[in-house]
Design a protein around this ligand. Structure first.
Ligand code: IPE
Ligand code: MG
Length: 227
């Protein structure tokens, strides 16, 4: 979800207003994804690198997160959406962490879609964490080094209960990954749009999906093998 700051700047507004308007796109996208029958949606809301922004902006984003969680619990329940979070959640301010855990608990049994928020998330940090956990298990003879395979690595990532990414959408015209789900996007289709996140609507999501449907996913095989 990129481009909140530029959206505000274009309108002569402060960045905070851009973030606030970004939450409207979050609601619209989440509802549209549910309606379309998407089972998993992951939103990159705050990266490990975002901690380096000015304190005022970080505080604004954290406050917005708490107020959105409080406000949107109804949207989640009405749409039967289960909330999940990935990242270094312990590093979030107490208020955010508490609210997050509360909403995750309240929506635990919802089944229509899993909405995962990537918060204080960095893919490299996730991998470091997984390597540490696996190393401890090897040391304690719970796993043998020879048996380490892709599924064992999957099981130690924050995304252990999620499938691989099918479609990755980045808004605002930037064409980079920025430390997002590096392991999990190995065979994802990438889609870049110039729309700034606060302008992103259901129509934009549909456009991305229509484009995705036109792609031939070969996973290393030949076109003939696929058809
Ligand atoms: C995305 O918008 C929101 C977050 C990263 C939290 P930006 O804040 O990155 O907006 P730009 O890139 O400055 O336009
Ligand atoms: Mg940005």
């Amino acid at each position: 979800m990129d481009g909140n700051g530029r959206w505000a700047k274009q309108k002569g507004l402060i960045r905070a207003i851009g973030h606030e308007n970004g939450t409207k796109s979050v609601r619209e996208t989440v509802e549209a994804a549910t309606e379309l029958g998407i089972k998993n949606l992951t939103l990159y809301a705050f990266s490990t690198e975002n901690w380096n922004r000015p304190k005022l902006e970080v505080d604004t984003l954290m406050k917005l997160l708490v107020s959105s969680l409080k406000k949107e619990i109804k949207t989640l329940q009405d749409n039967n959406i289960k909330l999940n979070a990935i990242g270094d959640l312990q590093s979030l301010p107490k208020k955010v962490y508490k609210e997050l855990i509360e909403v995750i608990g309240k929506t635990e049994t919802n089944t229509q879609m899993t909405l995962t928020l990537a918060l204080s998330y960095g893919s490299r940090a996730e991998m470091v964490n997984a390597i540490k956990e696996i190393s401890v298990k090897v040391k304690n003879n719970i796993i043998s080094a020879e048996n380490i395979d892709e599924s064992i690595i999957n099981e130690h990532l924050y995304t252990q209960n999620l499938p691989d990414v099918d479609l990755l959408i980045r808004t605002s015209g930037e064409q980079r990954i920025s430390n997002f789900l590096l392991w999990q996007i190995a065979y994802a289709e990438l889609y870049f749009t110039n729309s700034l996140w606060p302008d992103f609507t259901k129509q934009h999501l549909c456009d991305a999906i229509i484009e995705y449907q036109k792609r031939e996913r070969r996973f290393g095989k030949t076109s003939e093998q696929i058809s």
